[in-house]
Write a protein that binds this ligand. Structure first.
Ligand SMILES: Cc1cc2nc3c(=O)[nH]c(=O)nc-3n(C[C@H](O)[C@H](O)[C@H](O)COP(=O)(O)OP(=O)(O)OC[C@H]3O[C@@H](n4cnc5c(N)ncnc54)[C@H](O)[C@@H]3O)c2cc1C
Length: 399
């Protein structure tokens, strides 16, 4: 008889987990708060590790077909000093990242759910979790779901269910976030590179090619971002955009035509949380993805880590052990990988997003020159692709 699983949250992690579990014979119900699940934000960078997990789920080709290959990360100060120059080829000659529109990744995962037999229930905001040994879920409208043999909590960095599993979990908001939007780059002038410009750590402007969006006929897109303290986001959206565009034009004249395409409606806010969840599991329940280990997107790893979580969870649960034991093993396997990237993101974020000149001076005069040394450069490329993991990679996922 098949075992039943509830997955809370129809984001990258939740959908990938639902799919991986269904493929392993679980009867999966996916519960999502939004009436119509949709991708949040604009674009993201998939690393070779995340792409490997998508390949494992049979979705790698569909996502690659819409994305934009990335060979290099390049960042310089407004004065022209190189701060980052990382190349995927420093890891492996043929390696590339993939910039994707969030809807391309979302669409590939979402379309695979029904054929795999996953039941998706939308407009269900799960508010409470009872009896972790045989989980039952309650929603905001008073509905009850379950009992299930397993509950996967993938409701994102702002998870409201995390506290039910681990009351002492913390998820403070980073003081700096960003605004994001997509612009057309019909001639592909920004192709191949995730490019960033900095002025100290108070200005960070970025451009990530993300390939084709939902309206593919209109050509390739670039995801643009502008770093902004969370406390200033309301003011940003209340003000006109002309001064902002002029400022960007002074820092990065070539990018000005792209930023000129953005208006308030085309920009979205992003805030990041630094999640410390302690234990991810209790009884037959586990956290997964950002709910377990959300961090700032400085290293572009969050969605990749969530995809790997999903595949590894299903693999651990396929072993002939009681569910709580498999969940403990799942966290033990994943913890070192996710904690390493959380730690690095935490350490690197002030170098790129902070006030004053101290951290940017550390970045420009210490971090940047050291990161160009050949051995360090190669190590940096390993970190970039997401391949640094203390412990073994499971079969089929080793990048
Ligand atoms: C600006 C920005 C840029 C980023 N760039 C990158 C990048 O380049 N590369 C990368 O790998 N990662 C990146 N990330 C991180 C990445 O977006 C996240 O790590 C990833 O989306 C996490 O997926 P998730 O499924 O865990 O959570 P989410 O995507 O947050 O999904 C959670 C889902 O749960 C639903 N939900 C929430 N509460 C409830 C509830 N109570 N009941 C039911 N449903 C609920 C939500 O509606 C949502 O659908 C970036 C993040 C940000 C903010």
């Amino acid at each position: 008889m098949s075992r039943s699983a509830a997955v809370v949250g129809c984001g990258v992690g939740g959908m990938a987990a639902a799919l991986a579990l269904a493929r392993r014979g679980w009867e999966v119900t996916l519960l999502e708060a939004f009436a119509e699940p949709r991708p949040l934000g604009s674009g993201l960078l998939l690393q070779p590790t995340g792409l490997k997990a998508l390949d494992f789920l049979g979705l790698g080709e569909a996502v690659r077909a819409k994305g934009a290959p990335i060979d290099r990360l390049f960042g310089r100060t407004a004065q022209g000093r190189t701060v980052i120059d990382m190349r995927y080829a420093d890891w492996r000659a043929d390696a590339q990242g993939l910039g994707v529109h969030r809807s391309s990744l979302f669409g590939a995962l979402h379309e695979a759910l029904a054929p795999a037999g996953v039941t998706v229930k939308t407009g269900v905001e799960v508010t409470a979790l009872a009896d972790p040994a045989r989980p039952r879920l309650r929603d905001a409208a008073g509905g009850e779901h379950g009992p299930f043999d397993l509950a996967v909590i993938a409701d994102g960095a702002a998870s409201r269910l995390r506290g039910a599993l681990h009351p002492r979990a913390r998820a403070p908001v980073y003081p700096w976030g960003a605004v994001w939007g997509n612009a057309r780059d019909p001639e592909g002038r920004f192709a191949g590179v995730l490019a960033q410009i900095y002025d100290r750590a108070e200005v960070m402007i970025g451009a990530l090619p993300i390939g084709l969006g939902p309206d593919a006929a209109r050509g390739p897109l670039v995801s643009l971002f502008w770093s902004l303290p969370v406390a200033r986001q309301d003011v940003f959206f209340a003000d006109g955009l002309e001064d902002w565009r002029d400022r960007i034009g002074r820092y990065w004249p070539e990018a000005r035509p792209l930023f000129d395409q953005l208006d308030h409606a085309g920009l979205s806010r992003a805030v990041y949380r630094d999640v410390s969840a302690g234990r991810w599991n209790q009884g037959a329940c586990t956290l997964l993805g950002d709910a377990a280990h959300g961090t700032s997107p400085q290293l572009g790893q969050g969605a990749n880590l969530a995809l790997i979580d999903a595949v590894e969870l299903a693999e651990r649960l396929a072993e002939p052990r009681p569910v709580p034991v498999s969940l403990g093993r799942f966290q033990a396997e994943r913890r070192r990988h996710t904690a390493l990237y959380q730690l690095l993101s935490r350490a690197l974020t002030p170098l790129y997003q902070s006030s004053g000149g101290f951290w940017s001076a550390v970045r420009d005069w210490v971090y940047a020159p050291v990161s160009m040394w050949p051995g360090v450069r190669r190590l940096g490329a390993h970190f970039l692709v997401g391949a640094v993991r203390l412990g073994r990679w499971p079969a089929g996922l080793k990048p």
